[in-house]
Every structure is written in structure tokens, then in C-alpha cells.
Design a protein around this ligand. Structure first.
Ligand SMILES: [Zn+2]
Length: 339
């Protein structure tokens, strides 16, 4: 279980990061990654590995999807997240179990900003809560908005307990440097061309995208409370599906020019059929926020070599919600927001 007796040993000061007292969380997070590479060989090796990582890009009519061959991610992609396996392993996000070299930056006295020792992004953070509490978005959505605003050069993301989180028993966010996920560059065009504008006024815009291999609902606002309310309305509709322990979803959140932009990807399956298939049909790809953002992670070289454009279409179709459900959801949400 978690305890915070050694928290003071984990927290790294601005002075130790060679930063001035008025440095931002953004600057601290960047400096932390430099500091950790200098003292933590496992992280440095994985960060070096990432610099030489193989990537290929598939071009579709509406989007580009990258595939990254990242062997260090095998732990996460193949993580057993059933209750029994989780109970039997030591939680790797609890402060008393962090590797001795790992240091962190506190956020709001409730979270610890850490480097992700198995990075996908050139700058990749893991941001667990201090206490050992299960992964749920609803009580912590506002924290996600606050984190996005504090980490302006990052996209903050959330993987549901059955949607890619490898520690479903310990609430955490992750963050990766902006400009890395294809959805970020494709977003403006998607927004301009969507025929599913669900709501729009001076402070709140909501639209949906479905012709994009995967489906998402985007909420933009310059008011935190308004955005939170708009998210809760969507969450209540998703809850009606009865998925446990919470509606299956992945979320990407960014803050720019005084506005938040939150992308919610509602989900059906946790892992596609290919994940469980035997022989040539097998592809070890367990989609989470980063994959939905347009960078699919294959930890096995055979998958990286063999995967085809059609496989990704099929995989995204399985893990996204159906067309008919998405239509219903969009209609109900548009109605709810106007009320
Ligand atoms: Zn824990």
C-alpha cells in the first residue's frame, strides 16, 4: 500500500534542477527529464532507444497513422490488468515503490509529475496521484484540465482502467510533448470539415468526428467549469451503456491561447481480436490514448513489419464504438447541451 513517508526524498527542488524560483511546471518537467537521464541508466537507455526507433506511416483519405516499433513498451502492451494479476503485483506508481533514482515534482499537493521510464514521446511524463486509489476519470477530470493548463507544451492524456491503463488500481494521467500526435495537426481540418457540430457559442464548442478510422467528440472552452459540466453531460450519457467500472474511454487534453481542447474517444473493446489470435493473425497492439491520437505502438518487430493499412482500419473499428451507437450518442448529447 501507499505511504508518503519518503515523499521528501522523492521530490526534487527547482534548485536541484538548476531552475529559478519562478520557473513553470512545464520548465520543471523538461529539466526533470534531463536530470533523470543523467542518473537513471534504465530510463536513459530507453530514451536513447527511442531516438532510434523505427516508425512507418500509413496514409488514409482522412488521416495519417504512424506505427512505432518500440520494444520497451512490451511491459505495458502485454500488461495483465485483471483483478487477480493486479492484486499479486506491487504497485509501481506508489511512492514507496518508485525506483531509488526516480524523482518527481509535486502538482497541487495531490499528484507527482514523473518521467515515464518507457517513453513513446520524446518528452513523456507519468503523473500519478499520491495515494493508491483506483483509476477513474470523473472525480479527477478537473485535475486533468488544471494539469493541461500547467503543462502548456504537453498533451495530457487519460487511459481508462480497461482502455490501456497498465496501473488500473492507481489513478494517473500521462503527458507527451505537443506536436507528436497526428490528431493534433489534423484537428483544425477535421473541425472545419465536420458535419457534426453539436453545439457552438462564444465560450463552448462541441463537435464530433466519425470518418477518421476512430471516432471522437471534441469539447473546446475557455471556461474550466463550463468544460467540466459539458464533460459530465457526456459522461452521464456514456454511463448508460453500463460498462464497468466506468464508461470505456480515452481522453486527450491540451491548453492553448486561453482555451482547452478535450478529445473524448468512447470505446467498445479493450483489445482487438488480433491481440488474442494465434499464429500469423496475431498482432500485439493494445490501443490506448496515444494510438487513438494516431501513433500505434507495436512492441514486437514481426508486427511492425507485417502490419498493413487494412489491419489498422479493422483494429480501430473494433475498439471504437459502432456507427449506430455514435449517431445516437451525438444526437442525445446535442439535445442535452441545449437544454
Ligand atoms: Zn499504487
Amino acid at each position: 500500500m501507499s505511504n508518503s513517508v519518503n515523499l521528501d526524498d522523492i521530490i526534487i527542488s527547482k534548485r536541484a534542477l538548476h531552475l529559478s524560483e519562478n520557473s513553470s511546471l512545464d520548465e520543471m518537467a523538461d529539466a526533470l527529464q534531463v536530470q533523470q537521464r543523467g542518473v537513471w541508466p534504465l530510463y536513459d537507455d530507453n530514451a536513447k532507444g527511442l531516438e532510434q526507433v523505427q516508425v512507418k506511416t500509413f496514409h488514409y483519405a482522412q488521416c495519417n497513422v504512424k506505427v512505432q516499433f518500440n520494444p520497451a513498451r512490451i511491459k505495458s502492451s502485454a500488461a495483465k490488468v485483471d483483478n487477480k494479476s493486479i492484486k499479486e503485483r506491487k504497485c509501481f506508481l506508489c511512492t514507496d515503490a518508485l525506483p531509488p533514482k526516480q524523482k518527481g515534482i509535486p502538482f497541487n499537493d495531490e499528484y507527482l509529475v514523473l518521467v515515464n521510464p518507457y517513453p513513446i514521446f520524446p518528452r513523456h511524463l507519468t503523473i500519478p496521484r499520491l495515494e493508491h486509489a483506483p483509476q477513474f476519470i470523473e472525480p479527477y477530470f478537473r485535475d486533468m484540465l488544471e494539469l493541461s493548463r500547467a503543462l502548456k507544451s504537453y498533451t495530457v492524456f487519460y487511459n481508462g482502467p480497461k482502455c490501456g491503463a497498465s496501473a488500473p488500481d492507481h489513478m494517473h494521467f500521462q503527458a507527451g510533448n505537443k506536436g507528436f500526435l497526428p490528431v493534433e495537426t489534423e484537428y483544425s481540418k477535421l473541425k472545419a470539415t465536420t458535419d457534426r457540430k453539436l453545439f457552438s457559442n462564444e465560450h463552448l464548442e462541441i463537435f464530433a468526428v466519425s470518418n477518421y478510422l476512430r471516432k471522437f467528440i471534441a469539447i473546446e472552452s475557455d471556461e474550466m467549469t463550463l468544460l467540466q459540466t459539458a464533460f459530465e453531460w457526456l459522461y452521464e450519457l456514456l454511463e448508460q451503456r453500463g460498462q464497468e467500472p466506468e464508461p470505456m474511454l480515452n481522453i486527450l487534453s491540451g491548453y492553448e491561447n486561453g482555451k482547452w481542447r478535450v478529445l473524448v474517444f468512447p470505446r467498445d473493446k479493450h483489445r482487438p481480436d488480433q491481440y488474442f489470435a494465434e499464429g500469423d493473425e496475431n498482432i500485439l497492439l493494445s490501443p490506448a490514448s496515444v494510438d487513438f491520437g494516431g501513433v500505434c505502438i507495436t512492441p514486437q518487430e514481426k508486427d511492425f513489419k507485417m502490419i498493413k493499412a487494412a489491419d489498422l482500419i479493422d483494429i480501430f473499428a473494433q475498439v471504437s464504438v459502432t456507427d449506430s451507437y455514435f449517431d445516437e450518442l451525438c444526437a442525445a448529447y446535442a439535445k442535452r447541451v441545449v437544454e
